[in-house]
Ligand binder design. Structure first.
Ligand code: SF4
Ligand code: SF4
Length: 108
């Protein structure tokens, strides 16, 4: 995980439809995720095969938090990834000194 990150638990990274790789270890730890995978990537609707928002996301928390995939545990892996995917935790940490989030986003 990127060290200059402080998760503000906004949930943005979880309720944005996206695909990312899962491993055999992830499936072993949490077998319920497998049906939402296609060729080693999640999240896909098992019937339509379309990319979906994570089915384990709820407004309160991740429904499989203790056994969530490794990618979820490691996110964000770098500043670049955090900025590209608009992780609010990194944006808020990096703007603590300047205090102007709009200028920061414009400059990225
Ligand atoms: S498994 Fe949990 S942490 Fe991972 S994307 Fe879904 S809600 Fe977020
Ligand atoms: S987008 Fe960043 S700050 Fe928001 S929940 Fe995800 S990791 Fe935490």
């Amino acid at each position: 995980m990127y060290k200059n990150h402080k998760c503000i638990e906004c949930g943005y990274c979880c309720y944005t439809a996206a695909s990312f790789p899962i491993s055999k270890a992830d499936i072993k730890r949490s077998p319920e995720i497998e049906k939402y995978s296609i060729e080693g990537e999640v999240w896909y609707d098992p019937e339509t095969k379309e990319m979906i928002i994570c089915p384990f996301y709820s407004e309160e928390s991740c429904l499989i938090y203790d056994k969530r995939p490794q990618v979820c545990r490691d996110y964000p892996r770098s500043r670049e990834q955090a900025l590209f995917t608009e992780c609010k935790g990194v944006v808020s940490v990096e703007t603590e000194s300047s205090g102007n989030i709009k200028d920061f986003i414009k400059a990225k």
